[in-house]
Each structure stands twice: as structure tokens, then as C-alpha cells.
Write a protein that binds this ligand. Structure first.
Ligand code: GDP
Length: 484
């Protein structure tokens, strides 16, 4: 079986992310020439002919009208040795959150940069966030080299700029591949105008990407992305296994609600399997777990080493966007693995340098504002299952959001597990209109947490119409419904 790799496409708006992915899918035969021609014709009518490749990925009408990538979009392609799942993240500021969600599950980033424009604010921001979210591997597609007339000097200059940016954030030896997404140069075929270029094509680099590191062995952990009720099968939890393995017949516990069930069956990529391991995205059918016992954001683990809720944690965070002045007491939502709960900033322990993460020397720790990075102490106001970056990176990274704004991102450095039954006192939840759940009490049955938005299995928010279409398709992929 080919190694499966998830790659997230990042970069400044208009630098050609969607065009590059669309062209790549076209060259790999995933998308046919007729489809591209259809988009070209449609684009000509709208005066946007240059988006014919981009539209392969931007399927929504709104996106077409604005010429922007609005959501996370997905595509799959195969190289000689890899099955590659591509996530096209939006380049527009408002949509940082989707980028963060996408990055959590990615093995590598593909940073698209316009060779002529060079490093722009979102090039920098995406690279920095990706690193904070634990991505180790970044590949750069230095795009639009046709615009500089394939000039080696201009290309070398842009390549060196982006390389030093990435190295500054701690990415080791990033690959920089000069490409023209529009002309189809150096994506899958080598270009005659670039005879001086002796490096690999984008496809050749993708073909040797390795899955993200991190402990694959250890107690089973699967954050639940989505719960399905499937006729003849029952409750099915979908998610990416962050650590360990799960087998048919295993006794598992759903936390923080503390519900015990048995694994009835497992499916991955449309096939029934007996055992699934870290890194795989699977559907796990659970016996003894009812519809109300489990929801998105819960974590499944073995009964003898269950996932635990945290009482308090220390994290490295960076503040972005229109954050204003942030002081202790600030209570955003933390979006971590598949969950979102309110947290409170308890203390700013130390300011750190946003690029290297090292101590920033003596600095005022009374407040934080956009662009600041710091080591902070936070307390969840509802049960939150989190791990430190050292123990399990995939469950340590998070985004901080308030309303629709993403105001920060970070990863947990250390934590204290909750010992009490409830995570926070009533006073702690002041300002929030819900009553928080009890840890381990099964209170889920009484009060179902309202998810902020409905999302599909990859964590992508979906509108109602899309959702019904999408979930039918997904159900079919994972579990064929027996009788409708
Ligand atoms: P995104 O916002 O990063 O997804 O960028 P798009 O893929 O929507 O592209 C923005 C614009 O750049 C479109 O008009 C594309 O046709 C154009 N573009 C993308 N790649 C290239 C390229 O390699 N060369 C040239 N000249 N234009 C490109």
C-alpha cells in the first residue's frame, strides 16, 4: 500500500494556490481537460478567465464571484509512492481558522509564493502559524516564474528570501521549487526554459514526503471528528488516530463523558479492516455507545489508560489579528483537535520571540497584543482533553478564537490533569451562558453541547445544503447504508 500523506497548501492571497492545485490535478489526470475548458468558458463570461484552474478547487459560487478561496477544499492524487490528500487553505485573513484546522491534520505544508511579489504578510503569518501548529516540513512552490521571464537571478533572489524566512521559523532545509502553475512548468514536467534548474519537480518532492513524526506507539487516542448513525451498524465515530492502535473487539472509553463501549467494526477509506493505527482516518463502530453518549470533540481511548481532562495548562501562544489588548481574565474559545471550549487566560508568564520561541528578555507581562508571543497559563472552563507537545503533538496544538475571529494559536507545553469531578466552579463560567458538563458523570445524556457550527468529517464547516450532500457521500465512503 502506498504511504498516505496529507499536505496543506498555504500562502498569501492570489499567489496561485488554487491555480497550482487545479493544474496539478489536471496534469495528473484527476481532472479532465473538458472540465478545465468549461471553467475557462464560464470565466470568460464573468471576465475571470484566469481562474480556470483555480476553480477546480473553488467550487462554491461565492468563491467564484469573489475570486477567493472561502473554505478548505480537498483533493486526492497519487504519485508513484504516495497517495496525497491535498487541503487547499484559504489565503484570506478571515479564514485563518480553517487553515489552522487543516494544519492540525497535515504532514507537510506546501507554501505557494509569487516569485515577483516575494514574501507578503500572509506568507509570513501562514509559515509562522504552521510551525506553531507543529508542522516540521515545508515545501515551497515559488510560483509565477513566467512573470519574471524565467530569469534565474530573480528566481534565486526570491528563493533565498523565502528560504531564510522559513529557516528563521525553524523549518529545516525547506525545498524551494520554481514553478509556473499557469504554464504548467516544474509541477510534473521539467521545463526547457529552465534548463539551468537541476532540482526536482514538485511531484518528485511530494513523492518522497514522509508522514509527520510524533509518537505513533502508546495508548490509543482518537479525537472524534464526527458521529454517524448508520443503519444496521449503529453509532460510528469518525476521526484521525493520533496515537496507538485500535482493533475490532477492543474495550474503549469515550472521554470526558466516561462511557465504555466495544469496537464492533472499523473502516478506513471504504474498506473494512480489523485494526487501525496512528495516522489513519477511520470510522469506528461502537457497541454500547448511544447517539447521545458521544459527540465531536470527545476523545476515545483504552479503558486502562483513558484520555484525561486538564485542570490547567501552560502553553506557547502567538497573538494575531485584531486582538486589541489581552490581559489575564481574557476568555476566548480554544479550538484543539476536534473540540472547542472556552478557556481563561490566568497569567502571562513570559514574553517569547515569535520567530524562535526563545525568551524575549525583560518585557512587560501585563498584557499581550497582536504580534506578541508568550508563555501563558490557561484554564479550561469546560472539560478539555489536551496533551503536551512533548507527549502527543497532534493533540497539543490549538487556535484561540472569539466570535468569528482567530486571535491566536499555540501549543501546550505542560499540563495538570483534572482531579476534581468538575473542571471549573460556577464562578469560572461567569459570562458564559451554558452550564458546563461534569467530567466522567455521563452528563452528556442530559445536555448535549452545542457545537459552534456543524462541520464535516475533516472539520470543515458546511452549510446545510452542502452538508446533506456531503454527508451522504461520506457515509457511503465509510459505511454503505444498508437500508434507507
Ligand atoms: P490563490 O488566492 O492563492 O488561490 O490564487 P489563485 O490560484 O486564485 O490565483 C490568483 C491569480 O494568479 C489568478 O488570476 C491566476 O490565474 C494567477 N496565477 C496563478 N498562477 C500563476 C502563474 O504561474 N503565472 C501567472 N502569470 N499567473 C498565475
Amino acid at each position: 500500500m502506498k504511504q498516505r500523506i496529507t499536505v496543506i497548501v498555504l500562502g498569501h492571497v492570489d499567489h496561485g494556490k488554487s491555480t497550482l492545485v487545479g493544474r496539478l490535478l489536471f496534469e495528473k489526470g484527476v481532472v479532465h481537460a473538458e472540465e478545465i475548458e468549461r471553467y475557462a468558458a464560464l470565466g470568460a463570461e464573468m471576465g475571470k478567465a484566469s481562474f480556470k484552474y483555480a476553480w477546480v478547487m473553488d467550487r462554491s459560487d461565492e468563491s467564484r464571484r469573489r475570486g477567493l478561496t472561502l473554505d478548505l477544499n480537498y483533493a486526492d492524487l497519487e504519485t508513484r509512492r504516495r497517495e496525497i490528500h491535498i487541503i487547499d487553505a484559504p489565503g484570506h485573513r478571515d479564514f485563518l481558522r480553517s487553515m489552522i484546522t487543516g494544519t492540525t491534520g497535515a504532514d507537510a505544508g506546501l507554501l505557494v509564493m509569487d516569485c515577483q511579489e516575494g514574501v507578503m504578510p500572509q506568507t509570513r503569518e501562514h509559515a509562522q502559524l504552521a510551525k506553531l501548529m507543529g508542522l516540521e516540513r515545508m515545501v515551497v512552490a515559488l510560483n509565477k516564474i513566467d512573470k519574471v521571464g524565467y530569469d534565474p537571478a530573480a528566481i534565486a533572489k526570491a528563493a533565498s528570501d523565502v528560504r531564510s524566512l522559513l529557516e528563521g521559523f525553524g523549518f529545516q532545509k525547506p525545498d524551494v521549487i520554481p514553478v509556473s502553475a499557469w504554464d504548467g512548468q516544474n509541477l510534473t514536467v521539467r521545463n526547457e526554459q529552465m534548463s539551468w534548474y537541476k532540482g526536482r519537480t514538485l511531484e518528485e518532492v511530494l513523492d518522497v514526503l514522509e508522514p509527520r513524526g510524533g509518537p505513533r506507539a502508546g495508548a490509543f487516542r482518537m479525537p472524534v471528528m464526527q458521529v454517524l448513525q448508520v443503519g444496521g451498524v449503529g453509532t460510528v465515530a469518525l476521526g484521525r488516530i493520533e496515537r496507538g492502535a485500535v482493533s475490532e473487539g477492543d474495550e474503549v472509553v469515550v472521554m470526558p463523558v466516561d462511557k465504555i463501549g466495544i469496537v464492533r467494526s472499523i473502516e478506513a477509506y471504504g474498506k473494512k479492516i480489523k485494526k487501525a493505527e496512528a495516522g489513519e482516518t477511520v470510522g469506528v463502530a461502537l457497541r454500547n455507545i448511544g447517539k447521545l453518549d458521544i459527540e465531536r470533540g470527545d476523545v476515545i481511548g483504552p479503558v486502562d489508560d483513558p484520555p484525561r481532562a486538564v485542570e490547567e495548562f501552560t502553553a506557547k501562544i502567538v497573538i494575531i489579528g485584531e486582538a486589541g489588548i489581552i490581559r489575564p481574565g481574557w476568555s476566548p474559545y480554544i479550538h484543539c483537535h476536534t473540540t472547542a471550549v472556552p478557556v481563561r487566560l490566568e497569567a502571562i508568564e513570559m514574553k517569547i520571540r515569535p520567530d524562535s520561541g526563545e525568551a524575549a528578555g525583560p518585557a512587560d507581562t501585563g498584557f499581550l497584543t497582536s504580534g506578541d508571543a508568550a508563555m501563558v497559563r490557561m484554564r479550561p472552563l469546560k472539560p478539555l482533553i489536551l496533551e503536551s507537545a512533548e507527549v502527543l503533538p497532534g493533540m497539543s496544538r490549538f487556535a484561540l478564537r472569539l466570535g468569528k475571529e482567530t486571535l491566536g494559536a499555540g501549543s501546550c507545553v505542560s499540563l495538570r490533569v483534572a482531579e476534581r469531578l468538575t473542571v471549573a466552579s460556577d464562578a469560572d463560567t461567569k459570562g458564559f451562558s451554558y452550564k458546563h458538563k461534569k467530567v466522567g458523570s455521563g452528563a452528556k445524556e442530559l445536555k448535549k453541547r452545542k457545537d459552534e457550527e456543524s462541520r464535516d468529517i475533516w472539520g470543515k464547516p458546511v452549510d446545510k445544503e452542502k452538508k446533506s450532500r456531503k454527508s451522504k457521500k461520506d457515509d457511503k465512503v465509510y459505511y454503505k447504508e444498508e437500508n434507507k
